[in-house]
Design a binder for this molecule. Structure first.
Ligand code: FES
Length: 132
């Protein structure tokens, strides 16, 4: 378990890295970093996304953090905005899924449907239910 001081240092370092990537065009990736997101592993998801963007030498991608997205049980949540402003919400992410998402969605423009959330008549249908 990391101390609060260590976590704060990691947060600062992450924010510095993120700020280097700020841009106005291309994909924008937003990771939910409320307490529930962090408890569910959002920090590792964020790191995996940034690592994969670097590994694949993708440019023109902005990575940002946000707070409460309003669905603790679906965390870690990652929202991906296309250059045209369309949003895809990935839920229950982990580092492996995050890397796959970067490669498929950001690099090739192909959404990984089975990791995404579907809203039907105002109700959230998560991937487990979608498969039934
Ligand atoms: S506190 Fe968990 S999504 Fe808001």
């Amino acid at each position: 378990m990391k101390s609060l001081k260590e976590l704060e240092e990691i947060r600062k370092k992450t924010l510095e890295n993120i700020n280097l990537r700020k841009g106005r065009e291309g994909y924008r990736v937003v990771v939910g970093m409320a307490t529930c997101g962090i408890a569910a592993g959002a920090r590792l998801v964020l790191m995996a996304i940034m690592d994969e963007i670097k590994n694949l030498e993708l440019t023109n991608v902005t990575v940002a953090q946000t707070g409460c997205i309003g669905a603790c049980r679906l965390e870690p949540i990652v929202e991906v905005y296309s250059p045209e402003g369309e949003k895809v919400t990935y839920i229950k992410m982990d580092p492996q899924k995050a890397k796959a998402m970067v490669e498929s969605h950001i690099k090739s423009g192909k959404v990984i449907d089975e990791y995404t959330m579907t809203v039907i008549e105002g109700k959230i249908i998560d991937p487990v239910i979608k498969e039934d």
